[in-house]
Design a protein around this ligand. Sequence first.
Ligand code: SF4
Length: 95
Amino acid sequence: MAIYEFPFITGKVTIDYEKCKDCENYACVKACSLFGRAILRVEDGKPVLISEDANKRCIEDLTCELYCKTYGNRGLNIILDMFGLEAYRYKIELS
Ligand code: SF4
């Protein structure tokens, strides 16, 4: 499994390239160009940062994940390091 990932100020983005292989629209890249700072591009059929330090320009609008899950193939996830989030999710799953 090929996972591409990069950090941003409060978390990180992970992209599962196995899922991107079957993606038809690169919705993550479109979302970033529409709502973010256009820090993603397509290279060899895979979404990547436009440059090694482009992640520093991320405005954390989170639309890459939203568009991926809505229009893409659910390959992109945003991981936010929020105190108490895992415990909260566990509690919700039990109720
Ligand atoms: S929209 Fe999702 S599945 Fe499609 S290329 Fe982007 S990250 Fe991969």
